[in-house]
Design a protein around this ligand. Structure first.
Ligand code: PEP
Length: 252
């Protein structure tokens, strides 16, 4: 997989066709940043249209079911995302872990189904505020990584991790750069235990209240290979400011 900084927008349950104009603006602007990999995960209803509307950015789903098909009303299988034009999927987002009781085991099954369908995968992990306050953040997150990442052959080649402290999502609060760096190093070590040398190529994204104002600092932390962006990805101006901060030319 690419080693460019990876900036992914998660639109969550936001967006109808009118939002395609915003996606086109993001796509046009992204064409100026050939040293950054940019992608959007719109609601599933927009994946096909969005994919047809853009040329320079990746398009993905926000979740998938592990099964390929069947009696699972309302759910979407990984091959369906692929068929709709997605090239990646986010799995294990904390909103799904908390809201739908998704366990590490379920997240891992989803990730493996996504790889099998030909998608790349972003596996999300992150501690709650109580887990951080009790000093258990690193243990919780490394356990989530160990339990949630795909174990199928060559899985590391098409995998990214998103470290998203639950207390930082949508709150405007962010960990210190040092805390981000030490957590990303702990995640890297865990990935090395699982994938050995192949772990080096896995990008570990930071997510949680990333904005234009803090992006450069957060992206500069050790072992940070990009960002998963929620609120700030809904408008082209705020999202592209983060892409700009990720541009290697900017860091020099
Ligand atoms: C997210 O939900 O993945 C996220 C990072 O949200 P926000 O950027 O709004 O905190």
């Amino acid at each position: 997989m690419s080693n460019l900084p990876y900036i992914v927008g998660n639109w969550k349950m936001n967006g109808v066709r009118a939002m395609l104009a915003e996606a086109r603006s993001i796509d046009r602007a992204a064409s100026r940043y050939n040293k950054v990999q940019v992608a959007l995960a719109p609601p599933a209803t927009l994946i096909h249209r969005l994919q047809e509307a853009v040329e320079n950015i990746g398009v993905g789903g926000q979740d998938c079911r592990a099964e390929e098909s069947g009696a699972f009303t309302g759910d979407i299988a990984a091959p369906m995302l692929k068929d709709a034009g997605a090239d990646f999927v986010i799995v294990g987002h904390s909103e799904r872990r908390a809201g739908y009781g998704e366990t590490d085991e379920m997240v891992r099954a989803k990730a493996e189904a996504a790889l099998e369908a030909g998608l790349t995968v972003i596996v999300c992990v992150g501690e709650t505020e109580a887990e951080r306050d009790s000093g258990n953040a690193e243990a919780v997150v490394t356990r989530q990584v160990a339990g949630s990442v795909p174990q199928t052959k060559n899985a590391a080649d098409r995998l990214s991790i998103a470290y998203e402290p639950v207390w930082a999502i949508g709150t405007g609060r962010v960990p210190s750069v040092a805390d981000v760096g030490s957590m990303h190093c702990a995640i890297r070590k865990q990935l090395q235990d699982i994938y050995a040398k192949k772990a080096a190529a896995i990008r570990i994204l930071y997510g949680g209240s990333v904005k234009a104002e803090n992006a450069q600092e957060l992206l500069g932390a050790e072992n940070v290979g990009g960002a998963l962006v929620g609120g700030a990805s809904l408008l082209a101006d705020s999202f592209i400011a983060i892409v700009d901060a990720a541009s290697p030319a900017k860091a020099e």
